[in-house]
Design a protein around this ligand. Structure first.
Ligand SMILES: [Fe+2]
Length: 384
């Protein structure tokens, strides 16, 4: 069995309407000055109003930064820093989708350790202690709440930088499935497929170990069963809850075993063509599963996932990777997402450039099958 070093860092609180108890949780952390980091959609949805109502206590002061955009950039983190420098928080709350949580995490690096975001690209580059942070996801997607990486786009190059540090891990993740009921259906689609990809990729990556496998497997069980339910019935609170747990468990898996080639292929599509992360993943994941499945050992791991799922699978006559890849494509269709590059107005002659970009992605190094520029080209061609 492979060695591992597992240290849970995040208290996880789960339950519908837990947001109303935020004030109690903040007091338990002995915080007095709270900076909420979010996006305008979350503010409009009323979640920030509920959060600040829960913080109504004379001993607490709060401030809001609501300038987070999709794929937060170094410029956005800088704007958040200006608010933080003025307000001097002792606790950060990232509330929203992965973008809000990542922006809060990114802010935490430069607010406490100085410098610029690029200085923290990679792992464990912060030397000084960081502020405690609470993550409150309003989507079941990135799992940012349970892992210590912030994905921040370089404002100039549009390259997504993964900045990770154990100190950046949230002290608390407040998982309130009621907050995920009101999200637009497109958000449910792109975040759900992303969470599914995290469960599937982490199950096969090179650093997989006993801990990550436990989280990946359970995340997969929750996500594959709940995703069709929430597409059909968006107000299904029970299914929203298992989606949210699945996304968080997948985040725990990422923390312990990283991601793979589907993310390496997806990131250049976002950087060059501004394709939303989950949509990019819906395009790339089936191709990468098929590529990985050519290795019988990896195909066997996919078979294990099918065995614990409700997906029909005839192990004597079917190839696990093929069944799994087809299932992902079916889900993407149900979620009204594109499944071919050509449908996203991507010209055929950029595949060479995209392959070159993908081959430079750090996340590709964790893929179970070595994947070079030519392999990325083959994968992109297979999903064109
Ligand atoms: Fe992802």
């Amino acid at each position: 069995m492979d060695a591992f070093d597992f240290q849970p860092r995040t208290r996880i609180i789960f339950g519908a309407n837990q947001l109303d108890h935020l004030g109690d949780y903040v007091s338990q952390l002995k915080a007095k000055r709270i900076l909420l980091v979010t996006d305008p959609g979350i503010l409009k949805a009323g979640h920030i109003g509920r959060a600040t109502n829960a913080l109504a206590n004379p001993s607490l002061e709060w401030e809001i930064f609501d300038g987070v955009e999709e794929n937060p950039s170094t410029a956005t983190v800088q704007q958040a820093l200006e608010v933080a420098n003025e307000f001097r928080p002792d606790l950060l709350i990232g509330i929203g989708g992965g973008s809000s949580m990542d922006c809060a995490k990114g802010l935490n690096f430069i607010y406490t350790n100085g410098g610029k975001m690029q200085d923290y690209w990679g792992k464990d580059k912060a030397t000084k202690p960081m502020l405690p942070m609470i993550a409150i996801p309003t989507t079941a997607g990135t799992g940012s709440e349970t892992q210590s990486f912030a994905l921040i786009s370089d404002e100039e190059t549009h390259v997504k930088m993964a900045c990770g540090d154990k100190k950046a891990a949230c002290v608390m993740a407040l998982l309130d499935p009621a907050l995920t009921l009101t999200q637009p259906s497109t958000v449910t689609s792109v975040t759900g497929i992303d969470a599914i990809s995290h469960a599937l990729e982490t199950y096969v990556t090179k650093p997989r170990n006993a801990v990550s496998l436990m989280y990946s497997r359970q995340a997969w069980k929750y996500l594959h069963a709940s995703f069709p339910k929430i597409l059909a019935e968006p107000l299904h609170l029970e299914a929203r809850g298992t989606m949210l747990l699945g996304a968080s468990w997948a985040g725990m898996a990422i923390e312990n075993s990283m991601l793979g080639a589907a993310h390496a292929c997806a990131n250049p599509l976002t950087a060059r063509f501004n394709i939303i992360h989950g949509q990019a993943i819906a395009l790339t994941l089936p191709g990468v599963i098929r590529f990985n499945g050519e290795d019988p050992k990896i195909n066997g791991w996919y078979e294990e996932l099918l065995e614990v799922s409700e997906i029909p699978f005839d192990e004597k006559n079917e190839i696990a990777a093929e069944v799994l890849a087809n299932w992902v494509t079916e889900q993407a269709h149900s979620a009204k997402l594109f499944t071919k590059l050509r449908d996203c107005s991507i010209p055929l002659d950029v595949l060479d450039q995209l392959s070159e970009d993908a081959a430079k992605q750090w996340t590709g190094t964790f893929n179970p099958r070595p994947v070079k520029k030519d392999d990325f080209q083959t994968i992109y061609e297979s999903i064109y």
